[in-house]
Design a protein around this ligand. Sequence first.
Ligand SMILES: [Fe+2]
Ligand SMILES: [Fe+2]
Length: 340
Amino acid sequence: MIRYYIREIVIFVKSSDARFDELRDLRIGPMNTNATFTLAHLSDPHLAYHHGIRLADFLNKRLFGYIKWRLRRRSEHHDDVLAEMIQDLKRSRPDHIVVTGDLTHLGLPAEFAKAKELLSHLGSPSQVTIIPGNHDAYVDGALDCRLSEWADYIVSDGLKVCAGTDTAVNAVFPSLRVRDPVAFVGVSTAQPCSTFLAVGCIGEDQLQRLQKMLIETGQKGLFRIVLIHHPPISGVVSWRKRLIDAEALQEILQHCGAELILHGHAHHRSLSYLDIPGGRIPVIGVPSASAAGENTKRRAQYHLYRLSRKVDGWEVRVCVRSYVNMNKRFETEDEYRLTP
Ligand SMILES: [Fe+2]
Ligand SMILES: [Fe+2]
């Protein structure tokens, strides 16, 4: 067994991962200015980058994460699928793009840098909003040490984080970015956890600030979209991947309201509803942005939301763009209207 681990580590250090370089020149152009606001949601690209990694970086949970990558995840996540998604997004020209976590696979510094490159291809920080996932906080300090690299795509409007500084996740979440008529409310559930768990937790401080944020943006009549990595309702992921304080979050949402909740983490498409007084909030998950495995339910997708303000509320039309292995491109798999 020990010999197997050593062989895996050697392969890991030698492995090459240059396909992401092909994304150069795919930067998304100016976005449209139609009355309808178009949002693209993608998640969980699980970018891996293994050049020049020190053995010391793997004397923790990462060793098991890496072995899992070699045995299963490596055949599921592909940079060329992600590159094709970026091309397709470029053609769709959304007004804004959100990425709901697990940008990296092991939370390695090189993976954070690779994710930053991905973000630059998606758009400018004013056009793209991200939140972290549990894989971005894979081990203690992984996220706090590197968060400043992504800060421009994370922080609330008007805030600035100095490059190269350790940044406590709790200091910047929940985030609030208003792109009229939408308020993007980013919640972090990312935290290191033991080897066989992938749970998330929001924490009391964030929950308190979230409550205030949802009330204020609701009073302004904005379309409130809560971005969260872990699904906030039961039944979407297994117990070992759950959101620990989901009930506390549900209570706040039932009290303050929101118009839409977008999440990642599950790696499959899901649509559920959270019942609130006088209505319900759609809770929607999307598969990994880089998945091309045999399981069609887990194959890469992104979702396009077209929001229009109506006299009696909002109209939300959803377009599901799915990766088709045979054609090696994204095609529309489904289109529907969300009913509140
Ligand atoms: Fe994930
Ligand atoms: Fe996750």
